[in-house]
Design a protein around this ligand. Sequence first.
Ligand code: PMP
Length: 427
Amino acid sequence: MNHQQSSQLFAKAKTVIPGGVNSPVRAFQSVGCDPIFISRAEGSRIYDVDGNGYIDYVGSWGPMILGHCHPKVVEAIRQTASDGASFGAPTAREIELAELVCAAYPNIEKVRMVSSGTEATMSAIRLARGYTGRDKILKFDGCYHGHADSLLVKAGSGAATFGVPTSPGVPADFAKHTLTATYNDLEDVKAIAAANQGQIACIIIEPIAGNMGCVPPRPGFLEGLRQLCDQEGIVLIIDEVMTGFRVAYGGAQERFGVRGDLVCLGKIIGGGLPVGAFGGKKEIMEKLSPEGGVYQAGTLSGNPLAMSAGIATLKLLQQEGFYQSIEEKSAYLEKGLLEAAKLSPVPTCLQRVGGMFCTFFHPGPVYSFADAVKSDTQAFGKFFRSMLESGINLAPSQFEAGFMSAAHSTEDLDRTIEAAARAFQSL
Ligand code: PMP
């Protein structure tokens, strides 16, 4: 496969953009090759500037659950754009998307739109602190909730890929308010809560950790957090930026039957445009400005184009059998990948919830970040490069999930499985 144009663009990009990219993992640093530059995408396919096509399991890191360029989403954006891209004033579309979100998540009584997942989690934490009058927050090792200062502590994803669990530039005075616990270890959380009684504003969690691969909650873990938060007056923030409208229409909370006091959303609710949202119980959301004193704002919040793309996307997700179909395709791929992985000299384990999955180069099971980091990242890099050469686009890091879309065909899945068999064998 020829990547000449991509290589040239990367060299040029590095002269004007730090590392040549606008988000670190895109630089492919941990997989030992240069990134591909994308020219367009359609359905399950993404095309690079050299004209190579790939079956895409990144899906813009989750949002493209319908596949790329769904005609109804494109049309909604086109129509809205002709009325004006942004007004910085309220519009009816914001109510429509808010109503769709509230209907899907019964614990979201009110919701505020923002422009990224980072803004959603950062704002939800400020609100939890304002509501409780407490400063400390608790997050889990290997969970990523965006790059706000207090959250860049033991974060997974890009931060894990680059081995920078805490970033320079985050004052120690901020980081000291962030407590970290081991994912799937309720006893650890209880011990930390006991040692910090009356001081923890919120526990924030990825209900399925997608920023250390794909790590589901063990039975009883989320339930235990819910109970602890109720006992201790701690706000439970469920970060469904990745899992919301992904693992079920009502997200991981619907799937596991545990509800947060606040919920963060992003990715899918914007249909590929920049959107995030946070919402929850009325009594907490009412503390938000202008009703309450906790300040939060955004020039482009509730942006008309983003609202339209989100509304069109969510309406399509309501089709009968949509999630069943994603489940069936993902199960088919899982079965094929498991068979192919038998050819791998390096032990692997595949973990999946609905349309999100990860092959760890580790015998597994992976319950926590400490388990995930034992993966053979060299083997992953080799596997990744082989898949790319076979026309399969995976996330360029061991610590990321793959995403299924409605546009993937059985032929796509078979091609993926064949490519994986070759890639595993070559290790
Ligand atoms: N929370 C989770 C669970 C995420 O996966 C991400 C991004 N991958 C974020 C928050 C941050 O979202 P954004 O990149 O839109 O700021």
